[in-house]
Design a binder for this molecule. Sequence first.
Ligand code: SAH
Ligand code: SF4
Ligand code: F3S
Length: 566
Amino acid sequence: MTARELPVLDLVPPGLPPGGPRPAAAAADARVAEFRPEDQALPRFWIWTLGCQMNRSDSEEMAGRLLGAGCAEAAGIEAADLVVINTCAIREAAEAKVIGRQGALAALKAANPALRVVLTGCAVRERDRAGLGRRFPAVDLFLRPDEEPELVERLGLASVQGPVGLRAPSPPSPGRGPAVVARTAATTLVKGVPVSAADHLAGSRADAVASGSVRRESAVAAWLPIIYGCDKTCTYCIVPFSRGPERSRPFDEVVSEARSLAAAGYREITLLGQNVNSYGHDLPAEGRFAHVAEARRAGQRIDRASRPDLAELIEAIGSLRGPDGGPAVPRLRFITSHPWDLSDRLVDAMARTPSVCAALHLPVQSGDDEVLRRMGRQYTVEHYRERLDRIREAIPRLAVSTDVIVGFCGETEAQFEATLRLLETVRYDQVFAAAYSPRPGTPATRLPDDVPAAVKKERLNLLLARQEAIGFARNRERIGSVASVLVDTLEPERIHDHDGEDEPAPATLAGRDPFAAPLADGWVRLAGRSRENRLVHLAGPPTLVGGIVDVRIEAAGPYSLRGVLA
Ligand code: SAH
Ligand code: SF4
Ligand code: F3S
């Protein structure tokens, strides 16, 4: 595999001397500006997050940095002076969603000349930088994912009363995007070795955690990034181009973040990475990990000797103890696992660590070896099944979910049917499926995208319908069992209890519906996730939010369960 390089940015932006004079931001309404002087310097921000959990976690960090700089969160996008769009580029539709909002953003800017728009996330790729201004004309500043820690500084907010203005108000020249400022060098690989500011994401994360400035979405379940980037070469995928090569966070920093989350009352932690199973291979060897020596079972071999891996990490986090002597982190999850290197060490550690939830997301993408080969997935269906059998044997209650791409280049009807058969044999609890969407610059664009859009759609619908039946059957099997649920949602009251849009039709609700009877006095509808990652609805006092309760499952729909407090 060749190392992908993320080029270092021009250090001096066109038309803007670094540190030079910048225009102060105008207040939303000049007539009231003098009464709200703080608004002039410190914008109210709004973050629009698309994409996966990694983006949600990154947005938490950006929100924390902005709050730390003294900015306030706006009540909505219309009230904001600073809009940060954290984009996803996994499929064309994800990018199109943001492109489609450029007109609305321009209108907001016309109404509020102080408004600045920052675009970050996976749509900002170095090799496409020249075209960004054309595709996202309402945007003032583009930041690659690895530049997000610079957000506050690049907005001129680092010095407390700094202006919000980003660039001199020069008339836009045709074909050229807005000026882009970069102060620090990007992550760069030279012959596979990270050089320059390679560790700055881990370092800035550690700083953010130490200063308590990550603004978490939830007070009960937390995201914890452990590895940035991806070294895989799945031919359809844009992520390695957006997020660069793999960089693991130091072992002790991850454990210490987990410890502080536990101390702050978090009950669940999800370790994040594009491939958490790669964790640690790029960290220095250490004597205390001398017993770690397993090479990958499939795909490219890497030297793991004496380096920490995910197995070590989950055991270390699982062994943290709370004041009562019980696990400090009662629920531990991780996503995403690439089937390449789901090691026996990891399987054993999962089975041994009571904190680890009995749920695994193991993307398969296709049930046909030839398609997998063209996708560059590096495993066969047989290898995948072997790994799944091994882990199911070790953790019998394990719920398994997956990702599937339908209509990949050259996928025949028979190859698609092999995927359907795989779904039937594995009996996934949940499947995230999408039609193949060619991404510019990825290797698969050199293959003909020859499955017609209508066929992709047909295959997608067929697959989703099959999976709905499987998921429903899986959920019905849970009726009568007791699930341990982390309650995290207070559901809105319904006027007509059974008219809600998300209510399953009676035909798709099996069992005895606990919501058929009126709720007890003072009780509300609540929802949460079981350890097997199923959505569970229940009724109870609102004080249950944030707690872990036992729920006896009484009814099941294709996508959720309903139960009563056990
Ligand atoms: N790192 C994770 C996945 C990240 S992307 C992993 O390897 O599993 C999430 C999912 O998006 C992928 O699993 C894949 O199913 C889907 N995906 C990625 N690129 C795609 C594309 N070009 N078209 C359609 N789906 C895609
Ligand atoms: Fe993309 Fe493959 Fe990396 Fe997942 S493992 S992020 S699908 S390249
Ligand atoms: Fe999307 Fe980037 Fe996540 S492309 S799925 S936001 S890693």
